[in-house]
Design a protein around this ligand. Structure first.
Ligand SMILES: [Mn+2]
Length: 332
């Protein structure tokens, strides 16, 4: 990966501020993004467990619905549904925009102190303190750097969460963001107690029958254009009913689409409701996935991006596909 130059202050410049915030004492609230993946939730749980090991009072929150596919992550059972308690210090993980906090957006807006920990180049910088490392392969890596700088403990459970974050955000050490730094950190986390085979099993080989059926239906319904350079499919409510799966279980479908050899742009639409549609985009060189999602208020990374719109699938789908087609027409 080429180094990204941004205006974000380095860890050395913000760690003092973060230490000050922590030294105030009191409850620390850790928040993941909506439809949390293992990077977001693993980062939140990893940070929380490290703080808890220091004797701090910590609460982990996720926007609804709780991502039960991640129930293997240590500390998952401590996730709180209670948003009643006053939020003083709020740490957010792997979230680039306030919109991505779903039903917890107000919490972020109203919290007196927000520490925004992330690796998205598109981060809005909504925190009072922003620790953004766009060159990091995963937010879990940023959390590791932060905990190390704070001298906070990396227990086996912390290591497992951070390892799961790195491992899945690199697609099991397969994506373009797999580099020497992340592999060395992976080894350090294994030394600290993470079990790589167990994390791999839980991350990629623990699917339910309904989930595999749903993948089968979505793959059977895939469309190709531009000699297979554009690959797209959809998850409709009818497909969920047919397979017996829920929308959470559609997470691996985009990986199937991007496994096609000719693929340059892979697009997956998810019909969340009559007027609620989500799109996930994956690309290969030289195409930028955010180019397809930014026109619809979304964003993410160069190779992986997404957007959510209050539109029906029938309305949203052709609009997104036209942007993808135009990208393929213009770059050749
Ligand atoms: Mn991430």
């Amino acid at each position: 990966m080429t180094a990204v130059t941004t205006g974000w202050p380095p860890l050395a410049d913000v760690v003092g501020g973060i230490r000050e915030v922590l030294d105030r004492g009191g409850l620390i609230t850790c928040l993941a993004h909506k439809d949390a993946d293992a990077d977001s939730l693993g980062s939140a749980l990893g940070f929380a467990l490290s703080m808890r090991a220091l004797g701090r009072e910590v609460r982990v929150l996720v926007p609804s619905p709780v991502p039960r596919l991640l129930e293997h992550l240590p500390g998952f059972d401590t996730i709180s549904e209670d948003t009643g308690a006053e939020v003083e210090v709020l740490f957010t993980f792997d979230c680039a925009t306030i919109q991505r906090f779903g039903d917890k957006q107000a919490l972020v807006r109203d919290a007196p102190t927000v520490v925004n920990v992330d690796h998205h180049v598109s981060n809005e910088g909504f925190g009072g303190i922003n620790l953004i490392e766009p060159e990091a392969s995963a937010t879990g890596q940023v959390v590791y750097d932060l905990l190390t700088a704070l001298g906070a403990p990396i227990t086996a459970d912390v290591a497992t969460n951070l390892y799961a974050a790195l491992f899945t955000d690199t697609g099991g050490y397969r994506h373009a963001n797999t580099n020497e730094t992340v592999l060395r950190l992976g080894a350090d986390l294994v030394a600290a107690g993470a079990d790589p085979a167990w994390v791999a099993l839980k991350s990629y080989n623990s699917r339910s029958v309904s989930r595999l059926k749903l993948e089968g239906i979505a793959v059977a319904n895939l469309h190709t254009e531009f000699d297979g350079r554009l690959v797209w499919s959809e998850i409709t409510q009818a497909m969920l009913a047919e397979s017996g799966a829920d929308m959470m279980e559609s997470e691996g479908v985009i990986d199937q689409l991007q496994s096609i050899d000719t693929m340059k742009i892979a697009v997956l639409f998810k019909e969340n409701g009559p007027n609620q549609t989500k799109v996930s985009v994956r690309t290969r060189e030289p195409y930028d996935a955010t180019t397809v999602c930014i026109p619809f208020g979304g964003g993410g990374h160069q190779r992986a991006s997404g957007a959510e719109l209050d539109e029906s699938l029938a309305v949203f789908e052709p609009r997104v596909l036209e942007v993808a087609r135009e990208l393929l027409r213009s770059t050749r």
